[in-house]
Design a protein. Structure first.
Length: 312
């Protein structure tokens, strides 16, 4: 191996040091160096450009200067722990930061610990702006949540749709069979609803449906499930109640609807309902019994509640 003089080694070291500084300055990602106390000792142009500060505005400042106040204590503690620990690499982490103009961005930060000329450790942090990616992820998440919601809910009334509602009915039947707890269902239909659409148009009809279903949901217990079967026909699943208790609950619903007016036309509406309690039958059979009881309420004058006989 060819011998190299100490002077030559020193020259190579200085050249390497200058090259490293040039690489840091030219790097397309933000890089900063902080001392053991967390103050900036070096910030490269990309770091300054990202945060919107001049170099002299950052040097000497604590690194939490660019961090939301709510996270400053946590990040300071993490910095101190890293500087005093044995690991030379800090795990890649995602943080929210604040630019000079107050704008908030999301970054990925990765850091390494190095030893400086004074023998003390320094922390070199590399940052990458992932704000657009996070925004895209959030939009995709919201879109997926909306699609999932639409798959299980009626778009007009925001109630559970028929498919999701019947699935919940089957689940309630299984729970009833397993634990022996009572439950009842009610099917209700708005009386003479077709006349609303014929007279005032479907827009008014939609408004009536939205307002009435909102009112009914407010009157029901939190444990009751309100479902739109289709058109102006709705299903209510009432866990833990017998037919008489369900009747009392639906009477409160019926009276609330009859006492209100709806839309700007001040329309009055009534509903007819049939109630059926579970007696060891399928969901289909239970719905048939409630449906027949509802039509009995229609045939005997509307605006009333009828309890289905177990043999219906």
């Amino acid at each position: 191996m060819k011998e190299i003089s100490p002077d030559k080694l020193y020259q190579l070291f200085n050249r390497s040091k200058r090259n490293t500084e040039n690489v840091i300055k030219a790097a397309p990602i933000g890089i900063c160096i902080t001392n053991p106390l967390g103050h900036f000792e070096m910030v490269n142009p990309a770091y300054c450009e990202f945060y919107g500060y001049r170099q002299e505005e950052l040097l000497g400042q604590h690194f939490t200067h660019v961090v939301p106040e709510v996270n400053q204590a946590v990040l300071s503690a993490l910095h101190a722990e890293f500087m005093q620990g044995n690991e030379d690499q800090e795990l890649r982490q995602e943080w929210e930061v604040v630019l000079k103009n107050g704008e908030r961005r999301t970054i990925i930060a990765e850091a390494a610990r190095i030893e400086a000329d004074d023998g003390e450790p320094r922390k070199v942090t590399f940052i990458i702006d992932i704000t657009q990616r996070k925004q895209l992820e959030e939009r995709l998440k919201q879109a997926n949540e909306r699609l999932d919601h639409l798959a299980h809910h009626d778009e007009l009334t925001e109630l559970l749709n028929r498919r999701a509602g019947l699935q919940r009915l089957d689940e309630e039947i299984k729970r009833c069979e397993r634990y022996g707890t009572p439950f009842s269902i009610a099917i209700y239909d708005l009386d003479d609803f077709k006349a609303i659409n014929d007279t005032y148009g479907h827009s008014a009809g939609d408004s009536v449906l939205q307002q009435i279903t909102s009112l009914v949901s407010d009157v029901l217990r939190d444990t009751d499930l309100h479902i739109r079967l289709g058109g102006e026909e709705f299903l209510i699943i009432m866990p833990g109640v017998n037919a008489e208790e369900a009747y009392q609950g639906m009477e409160r619903v019926r009276e609330s609807v009859a006492q209100q007016t709806f839309t700007e036309h001040q329309l009055t509406m009534t509903l007819s309902s049939g109630i059926a309690s579970y007696v060891e039958a399928s969901g289909t059979r239970l719905l048939e019994r409630a449906d027949k009881a509802m039509y009995q309420a229609k045939q005997t004058g509307r605006n009333r509640i009828v309890i289905a006989l177990s043999s219906m």
